[in-house]
Design a protein around this ligand. Sequence first.
Ligand code: PLP
Length: 380
Amino acid sequence: MKIYLDNAATTPLDKEVLKVMVEVMENQYGNPSSIHAHGREVRTLVEKARKTVANLMNTAPANIFFTSGGTEADNTAIKSTIQDFGITHVITSKIEHHAVGHTLEALESQGKIKLSYVETDAKGNINYAQLEELLKSNERSLVSLMHANNEIGTLTDIERVGELCEAYQAIFHCDTVQTMGHYPHDLSKLKAHFVVCSAHKLHGPKGVGFLYVNPSVKIKPMILGGAQERNMRGGTENVYGIVGLAKALEMAYADMESHQNQIQTLKSYMMKELKKAIPEIDFNGETAPEKSLYTVLNVCFPKMEMADMLLFNLDISGISASGGSACSSGSNIGSHVLFAIGADPDRPSVRFSFSKFNTKEEIDYVVQKVKEIFISETSL
Ligand code: PLP
């Protein structure tokens, strides 16, 4: 039995998405910048995809820029804000994805920005009062905070962050990679200047995503070259990827509620069964449905001799998950997120992350294997 529970890392491509991509690959090879019929047809596909994405997000197509994925979109939002608007103070957290964290650290080490970190509690919730203090006591800032944490699943109240940013004239970049297609995003209401999508997190293809740029901010071209993406990002478009992204997002929105119910049920069931099997188990991050991304469950195991072998043994049993333990101070090994929330570095953690393709039978199998591995490790 092979079980895939690493959907926060990437999701399987949906067959329906593949179908539309193959159709384009086979039949639509024109360059969208060419003015002849072959090119024009493909241009129409790209613009149709942009319109689909924009409609789902409740914004205008002109605010959607296709990128190579979440990392590029995060980098662009951050670097553009700093270079184009002369912002020198950034507020972020210690639990951001490396696409954000490493970008900001590099800018800080180049002397371009001063970084302030908003505190996070033991479950990964940000301190909103301190965020307000930071906004109050600094000149116009960039705030870069993620919607859902990719390791522990804790959700941030981004409406509240958006309101705070508006009150203090800050620019708000929100890494929404883990929530796009899983929760509805209404960009006509959300007070964010930048949000981000990566198609492979929602059963779309890898290597494509988009950056939403609020029309109130005008950034300069991200990649110089041709006139693609309305002069903002030179380079021939990833046409199949773009078409696949739009299809994946459309499908995600069509069935969002039923997938949410189905996946949340699996997650709650797994929590209950794991606790029954190994009562000493805890969970990292928030777990209440209204505070936690329903696709992610981060399990904190009791201290064990062969902690390093846990993921390996799961892998041997045909179960793909990811994890580790909190990194020790100053080291790059281990999870910076678990370290930041103060998780015990001696306790191994495993992130199980779900998709619409997972079943209760799979969860039963995983819980059984986890129990077996745990018993054999602790009886060594
Ligand atoms: N941000 C978050 C929260 C993520 O989980 C990921 C992917 O793991 C990224 C950004 C990067 O996205 P991509 O893989 O499309 O570059």
